[in-house]
Structure formats: C-alpha cells, structure tokens
Write a protein that binds this ligand. Structure first.
Ligand code: DND
Ligand code: ATP
Length: 245
C-alpha cells in the first residue's frame, strides 16, 4: 500500500531543505487551477506557511481554470496575486509579427504563454528572495511535455519523480478539490487542448510504461520517440569541448 502521508512529509522536508540550501526564504508557484500546480502549491505551503506565494496568470485561458486556482489558494490559505498576461502576449506577438491563431499548428506562438509566465514567476522570486517551484511530473519530463524555458524554466521540481497517476493519489491525500483532480489535464495553450489528445496516448498508458517498462508497441513507439526528441530539454546547453588553439 503506497504511503502518501510519508511521501508528503518527505517532499515537504525536501522543498524546505532545497530552499534553505539556496539561502532563499520561500516559494513562488504558478497556480493554473490544474492538479500539478495545486499539489505543488500545497506542499510549498506546508514547507513555508508564511512565505509561499501563488501567482495566477490568465492568458486567454479558460475562466474555469482561474476559478479553480482561486479555490485552491483560498482553501489552503495560500496568498496569491493575479497577473493578466493577455496584453503582454498581444504586444509581443505584434512586435515579432506573429499570427493571430493559437493552435497546435502554431506552437511557436503558443509556447510564448508559458515563457511569459516563467518571466513573471522569476520577477516575484527575485523580489521576495524565493525559489520558483515547478510543477513538472515524471510523466511530462519523460516525454518532454513542457515548454523549454517556459514551464520547464524553474528552480525545483518536487513532483519530478512521481508519475501523473501518483500525483493524482497524492492530490487526494492532500484534500485537493475533486473537480480539479478529475478534470482532463490540459496545458491550456489553445482552446480545447488536452494533454492526452496531443500526445496521442493516455497518462495511464504512459505511466504504466514508465513504471514497468511494458507497453503495447503503439505506446512504446510514441513514448520512445517523444523521449528521444526532447532529451535536450533536460540538459544544459551543449558547450564545445575545445577552445582557441
Ligand atoms: N536537439 C536539440 N538540441 C537543443 N535544442 C533543441 C533541440 N531540438 C529542439 N531544440 C529547441 O527546443 C525548441 C522546442 O522545444 P519547446 O520550445 O519546448 O517546444 P515544443 O516541444 O515543440 O512544444 C512544447 C510542448 O509542450 C507542451 N506543453 C507546454 C506547456 C505546458 C505543458 C503541460 O501540460 O504542462 C505542455 C505543448 O503543448 C507542446 O506539446 C526548439 O524550438 C529548439 O529551440
Ligand atoms: N493560468 C495560469 N496561471 C498560473 N500558472 C499557470 C497557468 N497556466 C499554467 N501555469 C503554470 O505552468 C504549469 C504548467 O501548466 P499547465 O497548465 O500547462 O499543465 P499541467 O502540467 O497539467 O499543470 P497543472 O496540472 O497544474 O495545470 C502549471 O502547473 C502552472 O505552474
């Protein structure tokens, strides 16, 4: 039987130690109204009851997600700020000559959203001498399902060793509202986007493969391909191993 009480204690200690090792004083978390950021924020709140800050950053997002993010902040007494990024997004899109349409066919544009959020989170982290605590889990990290230097631009990844289905169990243990646990995971980069539709596999299939090494050929093909293609996202930028002669 998995012990989520023990895991919670260990993760809370881990966050506290990592933040203290960095001589920082607290945690800043982007609150999307989804399960990963809700769990991360609650763990941070337990680690730093007086210095955890949630930031809600709507950018042409589903209004229900903002409501869910507020619900989590209010339920767990996490102080938060709301920073609207639509105007900034529009200004940048216009300056770089980007097209209007946010869609799967326009990832260059869609990936600006998580990168604006990253910039905002680092502003507050610097202002309050806190670390940016990321929400990426092991399932997403395995297949590179995050934006490089966007939601991948973080200081700590406490959920990075838990697959999505384990994050769900942890969320139940922490008392995250059920409607957040059961809604379809989405990066919210365009209308009606869902993680599973975009990846072409379910989290159940992905997690089973990660945990057991076994999957049907279709799943293996997708995961192995996405994994190989995104390895660069988890490594520092390559530097030549030669200098001037
Ligand atoms: N081999 C290589 N070595 C070094 N760098 C390499 C590279 N190949 C590409 N790159 C660089 O990486 C860039 C592509 O990576 P990236 O910019 O991340 O873009 P990309 O992987 O194409 O898109 C991000 C994916 O993550 C999903 N996402 C985003 C945000 C949140 C979530 C979520 O659910 O949490 C999911 C999103 O829906 C999309 O499928 C290229 O433009 C290039 O600059
Ligand atoms: N509207 C938002 N406001 C604040 N932070 C956001 C917002 N959207 C995304 N984020 C941040 O970026 C992270 C990646 O979010 P995204 O919604 O893309 O997918 P996710 O990995 O399924 O996370 P979650 O389950 O928390 O939604 C979130 O966990 C959150 O920290």
């Amino acid at each position: 039987m998995a012990n989520y009480e023990k895991l919670t204690e260990k993760l809370v200690d881990w966050i506290r130690n990592k933040v203290r090792d960095a001589h920082a004083k607290g945690a800043v978390v982007g609150l999307s109204g989804g399960i990963d950021s809700s769990v991360t924020a609650v763990l941070c709140k337990k680690a730093f009851p007086d210095s955890t800050l949630g930031i809600i950053m709507p950018c042409y997002s589903n209004p229900q997600d903002e409501e869910d993010a507020r619900l989590v902040a209010e339920t767990f007494d996490i102080p938060y700020k709301v920073v609207h990024l639509e105007k900034t997004f529009d200004a940048l899109r216009d300056a770089i000559g980007g097209t209007e349409k946010l869609s799967q066919d326009n990832l260059a544009l869609a990936n600006i959203k998580p990168r604006l959020r990253m910039t905002t989170l680092y502003y507050f982290a610097s202002l309050y001498n806190a670390l940016v605590v990321g929400t990426d889990n092991r399932s997403e990290l395995t297949v590179g399902y995050f934006t490089k230097y966007g939601d991948g631009g973080i200081d700590l990844a406490p959920l990075g060793n838990l697959v999505k289905t384990q994050v769900r169990e942890l969320a139940r243990h922490l008392g995250i509202p059920e409607r957040i646990i059961t809604k379809a995971p989405s990066a919210g980069l365009w209308e009606n986007q869902t993680d599973e539709a975009e990846m072409g596999i379910t989290y159940e299939e992905l997690d089973h493969y990660i945990l057991t090494g076994e999957a049907e050929p279709r799943v293996k093909e997708v995961v192995d391909r996405l994994h190989a293609r995104s390895l660069h996202k988890l490594q520092p930028p390559p530097i030549p191993n030669f200098g001037v002669e």
